[in-house]
Design a protein. Structure first.
Length: 416
């Protein structure tokens, strides 16, 4: 669908040059921090093991990004509070670093979709009473907002839409009124040795917005009803990666054995993460707003019991609903539903990718690299989120798809 763009969305400013300058000044990218003012640097003396932990947590820098409008429309505020401690192991060939960070971001005036010509739900609800209409008139109801109605006294009502009137149907346009917020605790542990290394990263985060990636419209009557988890929110994410260089046969082995066994290594990336949020929708226009399925949401009765259990299962292999679908009902006629668009997550990720590789030196500085790669090496089922459309009883609450199974490939790369 092609969306018209409102006058608010026509804003000046060259994104490419200003964005490049912004990213270049980010201290995390090695910049001078000109646009990331250092609010404070804190150093504490430390004695003993507990003191070292204190120093790791409290020897920190606090940056606040002073918002620079990278266009006349959109701007973002970012905060980073981070600390790092490096530890020297017994062996001089081993080094370990621990990072602890609080990262936050707020976005304002983001591009979202909004209906400029919604219907008057209260008026449509009045016109749904046959007694209020002339004989033979079809009452107002879902998807009938553009009809012409003749009242019992002969008065004509040219539909229930406004302010553009009955000549226009639903025509969502793009407008810069969206907001988002992101808060996270990020921890990383990195250790490097002569023949091996690993990196462990953990993030505990929450992202909220009222319109993700232009896929969800903002409620034109009450934008607060559209606020919920971001479409791509991942609450917890643990990733561990590492590389181990395999030993050669040694000096006592034959030359051909050394030539074959030299230069091999194994690497892997293992991820355990929360699933993506379940997105709810209702496509029957029972709100009588005529604003589309992005606005209509079902009712959710949180007082009727827990969201999980009692006939539902968070193991999609059972074929049962992922959550208790009986807690959700279609919205009352003429009103918006009480459920948030997104407020809990679907099945998580348990994935391991591995690679066996060998680097072979060629003349000058060129290398030939052989790689045997396996994605999802243990062939663990990675399920997608369950259906959230209450008007589709065949898929509502049911997980019907999974991402790719194990994939293996052989790669030959020339590095120069």
């Amino acid at each position: 669908m092609n969306y018209p763009v409102s006058s608010e969305a026509h804003c000046g400013g060259d994104l490419s040059d200003q964005t490049a300058a912004l990213l270049a000044s980010d201290p995390a990218n090695g910049g001078n921090g000109s646009r990331w003012p250092l609010l404070g640097q804190y150093t504490f003396s430390a004695v003993g093991v507990w003191g070292q932990l204190q120093r790791a947590l409290l020897h920190a820098r606090l940056y606040k990004y002073e918002p620079v409008r990278i266009s006349e429309c959109h701007h973002s505020n970012r905060w980073i509070f981070s600390g790092r401690e490096q530890f020297a192991a017994i062996y001089s060939t081993t080094e370990q670093a621990v990072d602890l960070s609080y990262v936050a971001n707020q976005g304002h005036h983001l591009l979202v979709s909004e209906e400029p010509n919604p219907a008057n739900s209260a008026l449509c609800l009045q016109l749904s009473n046959p007694a209020a209409l002339a004989p033979g008139q079809k009452p107002c109801g879902p998807f009938l907002e553009n009809n012409v109605f003749v009242l019992a006294d002969g008065q004509v009502v040219n539909g229930t839409r406004g302010p553009l009137g009955n000549n226009f149907g639903p025509s969502p346009y793009m407008i810069t009124k969206g907001n988002s917020s992101y808060n996270s605790l990020q921890v990383s542990v990195q250790q490097t040795a002569r023949h091996w290394n690993y990196l462990l990263g953990y993030t505990f985060a929450k992202c909220m917005d009222d319109g993700s990636a232009l896929t969800g419209g903002v409620n034109c009557s009450n934008p607060a009803l559209s606020r919920g988890l971001c479409h791509a929110d991942v609450q917890q994410d643990l990733a561990v990666s590492g590389t181990v260089q395999l030993p050669a046969t040694g000096a006592s082995g034959a030359k051909w054995a050394n030539a074959i066994s030299r230069g091999w290594s194994i690497s892997d990336i293992t991820t355990f993460a929360s699933g993506l949020p379940v997105t709810f929708s209702e496509t029957d226009d029972r709100s009588l707003s005529g604003a589309g399925e992005d606005i209509d949401l079902p009712n959710y009765d949180s007082q009727a019991g827990p969201l999980f259990g009692d006939g539902s299962s968070q193991n999609p292999r059972t074929g049962k609903p992922y959550f208790k679908t009986n807690l959700f009902t279609p919205e009352n006629l003429g009103t918006f539903g009480t459920s948030r668009r997104r407020f809990f997550h679907g099945p998580g990720i348990n994935n391991t990718d591995m690679a066996l590789l060998r680097n072979m030196a060629l003349p000058k500085t060129t290398q030939l690299q052989f790689r045997f790669e396996a994605f999802n090496v243990f062939n663990h089922a990675q399920f997608q989120t369950p259906g959230g459309n209450i008007n589709d009883p065949g898929t509502f609450g049911i997980v019907t798809a999974a991402i790719a199974p194990r994939i293996m490939q052989v790669v030959l790369k020339c590095l120069f």
